[in-house]
Design a protein around this ligand. Structure first.
Ligand code: HEC
Length: 147
């Protein structure tokens, strides 16, 4: 092997080494300040964009704010320490149909998806009230890509 060929091999090997050294590694996560980053009880769990609501959804929004929001958060965004966001892929219509909402309100929900404990039955709402709440939650879901 002549010197030129040998040099070429060395240069190629060095380049390959360089490329290997520059390979993408696991994304570096920014250092997190544990105190400010820790979610506090009462915080929203997801961020929710509120669309322009239909008249029925506006009625549902009032019922939701009065009865459900203390656990499920404002705009159904969840509440740390209290309850899950309903604007969440788990609650997409195909998985939790409208009947699941009526059932949750009438009978409560045993804890199974989340660490918040059981949902107690909610009194004081008519079927029409819950229908409006479901319409409201579905409009929020759609506006946030949960279809
Ligand atoms: C006292 C707190 C609390 C209140 C008030 C409350 N919920 Fe819940 N809800 C929960 C918790 C906690 C869960 C999650 C249970 C699990 O899956 O771990 C839940 C789950 C649900 C589910 C999912 C049911 C399923 O089949 O998994 C629906 C739907 C729901 N809630 C609707 C409502 C609506 C509508 C209201 C208001 C009328 C309401 N909730 C009020 C705490 C609450």
């Amino acid at each position: 092997m002549n010197t030129k060929a040998l040099l070429a091999i060395i240069v190629l090997a060095a380049m390959a080494g360089g490329i290997y050294a520059m390979r993408p590694t696991a994304p570096q996560t920014a250092p997190v300040d544990a105190v400010s980053a820790a979610p506090a009880v009462g915080d929203a769990i997801v961020s929710v964009t509120v669309p322009e609501l239909s008249p029925l959804a506006q009625i549902g929004a009032t019922g939701f704010a009065n009865v459900c929001a203390r656990c499920h958060g404002d705009n159904a965004a969840g509440r740390e320490g209290a309850g899950p966001p309903l604007v969440h892929q788990i609650y997409v219509r195909g998985h939790h149909g409208d009947a699941a909402f009526h059932n949750a309100v009438a009978n409560g929900v045993p804890a199974h998806h989340w660490p918040f404990g059981n949902m107690p039955p909610q009194s004081g709402l008519t079927t029409a009230d819950v229908d409006a709440i479901v319409i409201y939650v579905r409009e929020l879901q759609r506006a946030n890509g949960i279809l």
